[in-house]
Write a protein that binds this ligand. Structure first.
Ligand SMILES: N[C@@H](CCC(=O)N[C@@H](CS)C(=O)NCC(=O)O)C(=O)O
Length: 444
């Protein structure tokens, strides 16, 4: 047992910086069990690092976060030359750390993250990022033409951080043709990652066969060709497009209609507000869902969905009237490309991003999205949604580019098996469809 605990998910190149430094200085870093999105958002973790990010190092004196700071701290725990020998060496180590972080890691992240689904893809931004990466690799390549390591004649923290920062480049982005332009950087990188201290942490490094490419999804707004096309219609229904008159009138027209007096354009009408009134109030359902204590969840909330229920702890003694199949519909959804979902926190970000992007439909929708785990190491995403009306709200069909990535099935709410599955999803049961229920995100 060490008195240093490094919080990270496995394979985090930012955590490797400290882990490789620890190999050189002969220090042990414990890596506790960690679940992205859970461990790092817990109150205990946020006391260590209010950013909720990893890596974070817990030491007897307190916590350190930011991977370079953690690596510097670890590298100073014993003098093994990781900052060189002289003050000038130490300055060069810092120089190359800054260069690698700001001039290589930053543009490389702008290139890579959209390909991994962390950010929206933009071809122009990708091109600009590649230009920056190449420009800075040129500088590094020229320097390494006459230097074995970045500073002095042995490995320093600059090499450790530099190589960690290039890991995703060499394994995902730089194909053979790209690598050929930077022979000295490649020689230096391969020398480092084949050192036992690096290998113990990083494992075998396999160079990219081809450059990871952006694969536009059908109707993805980032894909230029898909811009004009509409999302695919859900499986069992043809959703209505919003009526023309629901679009805002241009400001000029509105002003003209008012005898030349300037007037702001009218707000677009909400087509769902025009539906016949329903006894079921979406907000009331959400309060029932949120206020029901866990121990009584099935009895009060799930049962209440079908039969109505008093909302627990309601200061106004609110009663939820129960599901109204005429005013509302329930849908199951399933992500169509589970083979993409192999890293759990990326999948969680994918679902979290989807739900954040549809804030505009909150009044009319409720969802429980489960991230499951199958025996192929994939994370299927399946969920249940309640929508006002009989269709997926038209605004969502127009605006939401996540929608066509899922198969949508409107369900028969009188079917006992359907109700059973809705109950399992709402209750966040350990197994959904026989698969482990790893994480649940709720839209409410
Ligand atoms: N500049 C930071 C970056 C830390 C960071 O962004 N960590 C990501 C994982 S690579 C994270 O913990 N994200 C979780 C979140 O943002 O909720 C460092 O080098 O440590």
């Amino acid at each position: 047992m060490s008195n240093l605990r490094l919080y990270t998910f496995p394979g985090n190149k930012n955590a490797w910086k400290a882990q490789i430094a620890a190999e050189y200085v002969g220090v042990k870093l414990d890596v506790p069990a960690f679940e992205m999105g859970k461990t790092n958002k817990s109150p205990q973790f946020l006391k260590l690092n209010p950013n909720g990010k990893v890596p974070t190092l817990q030491t007897p004196e307190g916590a350190v976060w930011e991977s370079n700071a953690i690596a510097r701290y670890v590298a100073r725990l014993a003098d093994k030359g990781l900052f060189g020998v002289t003050a000038f060496d130490a300055a060069l180590v810092e120089q190359w750390i800054e260069f690698s972080t700001l001039n290589i890691d930053a543009p490389m992240s702008s290139w890579l993250y959209p390909l991994l689904g962390f950010m929206d893809y933009d071809k122009k931004k990708e091109e600009a990022a590649i230009v920056m990466v190449k420009k800075n690799l040129d500088i590094l390549d020229e320097y390494l033409a006459s230097h074995t390591y970045l500073v002095g004649n042995s490995v320093t923290l600059a090499d450790i951080i530099g190589a960690a920062n290039l890991y995703h480049g060499y394994t995902k982005l730089f194909d053979e043709a790209f690598r050929k332009d930077f022979p000295n950087v490649q020689r230096w990188f391969l020398t480092l990652v084949n050192q036992p201290a690096f290998k113990n942490v990083m494992g075998d490094v396999v160079l990219a066969k081809e450059t990871m490419k952006y694969t536009p999804k059908k109707n993805d707004k980032a894909a230029p060709a898909a811009k004009e096309s509409k999302p695919a219609a859900p499986k069992e229904s043809k959703p209505e497009q919003p009526k023309k008159e629901s679009k805002p009138a241009p400001a000029k027209e509105a002003a003209a209609a008012d005898n030349g007096e300037e007037k702001p354009a009218p707000k677009p009408k909400d087509p769902l507000a025009l539906l016949p009134p329903s006894k079921m109030i979406m907000d009331s359902w959400k309060r029932l869902y949120s206020n029901t204590p866990g121990a009584k969840f099935k009895e009060i909330c799930v049962n209440g969905l079908w039969n109505g229920a008093d909302v627990p702890n309601s200061p106004t003694n609110e009663h939820f009237e129960g599901f109204d199949p005429e005013g509302y519909s329930i849908w199951f959804c399933e992500y169509k490309y589970p083979e993409e979902n192999t890293v759990n926190f990326i999948v969680m970000n994918k679902v979290g991003g989807f739900l954040q992007r549809i804030d505009y439909v909150r009044k009319h929708a409720f969802a429980v999205m489960s991230i499951l785990k199958d025996d192929k190491g994939q994370f299927p995403i399946r969920g249940m949604w309640i929508f006002r009306g009989q269709e997926i709200p038209a605004i969502m069909q127009e605006e939401c580019f996540d929608l066509p990535l899922y198969e949508w099935t409107k369900v028969d709410t009188n079917d006992a098996a359907v109700r059973e599955r809705i109950s399992a999803l709402l209750c966040e049961e350990d197994k959904i469809d026989g698969l482990e229920n790893v994480e649940v995100k709720v839209f409410k």
